[in-house]
Design a binder for this molecule. Structure first.
Ligand code: UFG
Length: 325
């Protein structure tokens, strides 16, 4: 059985769907502070905080857990700068507590939800796993620190792990079962779709004076279902004893600007989507694009939904059904 912490969240819930499609039995552990009850796609559910060692320990006692996929975390860059203590506590302490329970129980396989935020301001494009790790915010720091913990746990205790560094997770389950639902929402695509639905008046473009072809920031949007398939492959490689302690970028390898995203959303939704030029958001690098060659080579990962059009279309289907009044 596979334990998925944060399994009621955006990425976690898609991974639960993929794991079950591949025949795995899953236990979802989530405190539902950010996750959603209707996005729990497993009959086995434990509601608890990742820092609650006793409750997490009882989940391990109750279910025959062989491996863990760990998503439970705070994940907003801006919030992490305002409330660093919460991020160190939930992300770092929460993971430490989980690792300690795993060690007690002799479970030594973990897939960890890391982030492109570990790189900070990139020195070149596309970013490869060999590049400098210099996070520029607390959120990225906590992810990098956990990656270091996993390396030390591997050396000292034989824990095997795969850290997956996501670029911009986007889109929704093509069958409409799950999608993005954050409160507050801060991510570009759902905000743009909110404008299309009439829930917001316009989208502000954060900076139009970047050194990019159209002046807006470029990001690497990767379909959440493609992220999910990478987790299933990472788990497989851990179960087969191939993965020991590795980190992989997960991106599309193609960059799209904020203006590209808005244009695609206008086409997909057939709505005008008013946009206005606003100031830069502090801490935003101009371009973040991944090389995912290593994940393709080592894990055999292939992206099934690389087109931005399809990413936005699946998000729109979800968004419309979930948020239309
Ligand atoms: N943007 C706007 N207007 C908005 C919201 C966003 O122009 O109203 C722009 C941002 O400036 C950025 C792009 O849209 O250029 C994407 O922004 P998101 O907030 O959707 O995503 P980020 O690239 O900031 O964040 C992503 C992940 C984080 C991760 C980070 C790494 O969501 O988890 O990349 O830097 F930490």
């Amino acid at each position: 059985m596979i334990l998925v912490t944060g399994g009621a969240g955006y990425i976690g819930s898609h991974v639960v769907l993929s794991l079950r499609e591949m025949g795995h039995e899953v236990v979802v552990l989530d405190d539902l502070s950010r996750g959603h009850e209707d996005l729990i796609f497993s009959p086995n559910f434990v509601q608890c905080d990742i820092r609650d060692r006793e409750a997490v320990g009882s989940a391990f006692a109750r279910f025959p857990i062989e491996a863990v996929l760990h998503f439970a975390a705070r994940s907003l860059v801006g919030e992490s700068m305002r409330e660093p203590e919460v991020y160190y506590d939930v992300n770092v302490n929460g993971t430490l507590s989980l690792l300690s329970v795993m060690r007690d129980r002799g479970v030594n396989a973990l897939v960890f939800s890391s982030s492109a935020a570990v790189y900070g301001e990139p020195e070149r494009t596309p970013i490869s796993e060999e590049d400098e790790l210099r996070p520029t915010n607390v959120y990225g720091e906590t992810k990098l620190f956990i990656e270091s913990m996993l390396r030390r746990y591997h050396e000292a205790y034989g824990l095997n792990s795969v850290s997956l560094r996501y670029f911009n997770a986007a889109g929704a389950d093509p069958e409409g079962r799950s999608g993005e639902d954050h409160d507050p929402e801060t991510h570009l695509i759902p905000l743009v779709l909110d404008v299309a639905l009439g829930r917001r008046k316009e989208i502000a473009i954060f900076g139009t004076d970047y050194p990019t072809p159209d002046g807006s920031c470029i990001r690497d949007y990767i379909h959440v279902t493609d992220l999910a398939s990478a987790h299933v492959l990472a788990l497989k490689s851990l179960i087969q004893g191939k993965a020991r302690c590795s980190a992989y970028n997960l991106g599309n390898g193609m960059g799209y600007s904020v203006k590209d995203v808005i244009d695609v959303a206008r086409r997909v939704t057939s709505k005008p989507i008013p946009a206005s030029a606003g100031p830069r958001r502090p801490g935003d690098p101009a371009v973040l694009v991944a090389s995912s060659d290593r994940a393709q080579k080592d894990l055999g990962w292939r992206r099934a939904h690389p087109e931005l059009e399809e990413i936005v279309a699946t998000a729109w289907e979800w968004h419309r059904r979930r948020f239309s009044r």
